[in-house]
Design a protein around this ligand. Structure first.
Ligand code: TMP
Length: 418
């Protein structure tokens, strides 16, 4: 189901040397354990009663003391994680606002005439790009159920992982590529050197590449431990990216911060060019980043407190006879529920807007997932907002239920009831 991961995928720290089979690095270099979350179910493995459950895998974060990249100690086989992926990019207003911000930043750096998206999901962003002036768009995604939707909507999308073949096909599809975008996919990739090799195949001379990932410093600062699950193999700093790119044909161009997903970073890179001065945003991030053992230690302690607070709050409400449910069967909800050890006894159901998740259960806890209308049908007293990323619009959308006395519990470093 998974293989062990023992050396830094950005700078190579801890890489075994010597004859094959001898697992030692030159000077006993080893990644440092930053945080252990025990054995956890695969966060997006929502299953119906007859589906095969994928089971549990260790969830442990290891830190590279040289370049500060945090990475999971295991890599679950991608064919298990992604073959029939239920995660579709949210069609929410929050995401549309994010697309607007992202597009403005991109247009400051290039004329996005022809766009290739790596991990294009159901084609939502490429559709946005098309509507905002891109003449040609092309996607690459391994989930056949999603690429079928994209192709049906007229967005040419290749089914497969990003490799040399799909890179060549995409390059031929929209030449010359002016923009390559990889939104929240880079942290899912194990072999970054291969990714850079394929980028080299795909990119023209002046192609702008934008890699958007959750920013590790925001995650640590805001105690967003629910970002840690098996699909996210890496928790990325700009220092780690600089180390990765050092020996590649690419260089950091500009860093842009976005509020989406609790704090993300758009890492803009281009082909190496000695005449291009490094942008101030790159230097600022390299100078000010804090993602060392110290910050991870503080993060771990605050995460334990956050879980304890929500646990106390919800158990007290249930003991008083209140009916509590969940809202948003996001991967984040699986992480929370596993840490809280809640079952159907505490949380009756989780409502979610994704039809593909209805009738399935949350991995590990087996809490059933239902449509959002259940709030008004069942009138629970409280709903834990696991999809806190969309707080503003979910609160707005559920005004009727709130008017009838329903309250949202927002998890986080400090529990809020609204
Ligand atoms: P995400 O944080 O990974 O995008 O997942 C968010 C989940 O929340 C996803 O399963 C869809 C769900 N959701 C709702 O149920 N209602 C909503 O209004 C929104 C925006 C998301």
């Amino acid at each position: 189901m998974y293989k062990l991961h023992t050396h830094c995928r950005a700078c190579g720290y801890g890489k075994p040397s010597g004859p094959p089979g001898i697992k030692s690095s030159p000077s006993g270099e080893k990644l440092i354990e930053a945080m252990g979350l025990g054995l956890q179910p695969l966060a997006n493995n929502f299953c119906g009663p007859d589906d095969e459950h994928h089971g549990f895998a260790p969830l442990k974060v290891m830190l590279c003391p040289r370049c500060s990249l945090a990475q999971l100690s295991v890599v679950v086989k991608p064919e298990i994680l992604y073959s029939n992926y239920l995660y579709t990019t949210s069609k929410s207003a929050t995401m549309q606002e994010h697309f607007d911000r992202l597009w403005v930043s991109v247009c400051q750096e290039c004329n996005p005439e022809s766009v290739v998206e790596i991990g294009s999901n159901d084609g939502d962003f490429l559709d946005y790009a098309r509507k905002h002036g891109a003449g040609a768009v092309c996607g690459i995604d391994p989930a056949a159920n999603l690429t079928e939707i994209a192709n049906r909507n007229g967005i040419q999308t290749f089914t497969g992982v990003f490799d040399e073949d799909t890179a060549k096909m995409a390059r031929a599809c929209v030449p010359p590529v002016s923009l390559v975008i990889a939104r929240h996919v880079f942290a899912h990739i194990d072999d970054w050197l291969d990714f850079l090799f394929c980028l080299d195949v795909l990119c023209a001379k002046d192609t702008l590449v934008v890699i958007e990932v959750p920013y590790v410093c925001d995650m640590l600062k805001n105690v967003e431990f629910d970002t840690i699950y098996h699909e996210h193999l890496s928790y990325i700093s700009i220092r780690a990216m600089e180390a990765l790119l050092e020996t590649s044909p690419f260089q950091l161009e500009r860093i842009v911060r976005f509020p989406i997903h609790g704090g993300s970073v758009g890492i803009m890179i281009k082909r190496r060019n000695r005449n291009l001065p490094q942008c101030k945003s790159v230097q600022d991030h390299l100078d000010n980043e804090k993602a060392t053992v110290k910050e991870w230690g503080e993060f771990k302690e605050k995460s334990v407190v956050a879980v304890g607070e929500l646990d106390n709050e919800v158990r007290a409400l249930v003991d008083q006879g209140s009916k509590v449910v969940g809202y948003g069967a996001a991967a984040k909800s699986t992480v929370w529920l596993d840490c809280l050890e809640f079952t159907k006894k505490e949380i009756g159901f989780i409502c979610d807007s994704t039809p593909g998740k209805w009738g399935k259960c949350s991995p590990g806890s087996d809490i059933p997932i239902v449509d959002e209308g259940a709030l008004l049908r069942e009138l629970p007293n409280y709903a834990i907002l696991f999809a806190w990323v969309y707080e503003r619009e979910i609160l707005e959308k559920n005004k009727l239920w709130r008017g009838k006395g329903g309250k949202f519990i927002i998890p986080g470093p400090e529990v809020r009831i609204v």
